[in-house]
Design a protein around this ligand. Structure first.
Ligand code: DAT
Ligand code: MG
Length: 149
């Protein structure tokens, strides 16, 4: 089964949006396999956003991500990387479609509430930054034929 890394950023946690965001992903049918509330040290912010280290917005992004605890999660499902990105919406909430998390719950690219991995390779890399193999819980949620033909 495919996996992706999703992180509710400190604004989302502080605004009390953890429950509504998890509900959206559960309602879709995705399966939560790991979760922890965690403050990211600078080293993990740099690893997480390594492709953005030299960008002008990186210092602000780092301060934002380190401003409070994040809700770190691993979600499972067929095609979950793309499905999670669709649920999350465009990077800039001013362009994110209504119905998406960023479209419904955020206003500004610098406070866009949530991160989701952009490819299966990124997902594997990002899960490895924040979780160890034993953090990923193997369990039966429901009869999977209710969700997949
Ligand atoms: P995404 O989070 O949709 O994968 P990204 O990987 O391009 O987007 O950028 C990572 C985060 O960095 C993004 O969620 C918000 C911030 N960011 C990106 N581009 C930005 C910009 N032009 N100005 C300010 N923040 C930006
Ligand atoms: Mg990205």
């Amino acid at each position: 089964m495919d996996r992706t890394f999703v992180m509710i950023k400190p604004d989302g946690v502080a605004r009390g949006l953890v429950g509504t965001i998890i509900s959206r992903m559960e309602n879709k049918g995705l399966k939560l396999v790991a979760a922890k509330l965690d403050r990211l040290p600078e080293s993990r912010v740099a690893e997480q956003y390594r492709e953005h280290l030299e960008k002008p917005f990186f210092p602000g992004l780092k301060a934002y991500i380190m401003s409070g605890p994040c809700m770190l999660m691993v979600w499972e499902g067929n095609g979950v990387v793309g499905i999670a990105r669709s649920l999350i919406g465009a990077t800039n909430p001013t362009e994110a479609a209504p119905g998406t998390i960023r479209g419904d719950l955020a206003l500004d690219i610098g406070r866009n509430v949530i991160h989701g991995s952009d490819s299966p390779a990124s997902a594997e890399r990002e899960i490895g930054i924040h979780f160890s193999a034993r953090d990923l819980v193997d369990y039966t949620r429901c009869d999977e034929s209710l969700l997949y033909e």
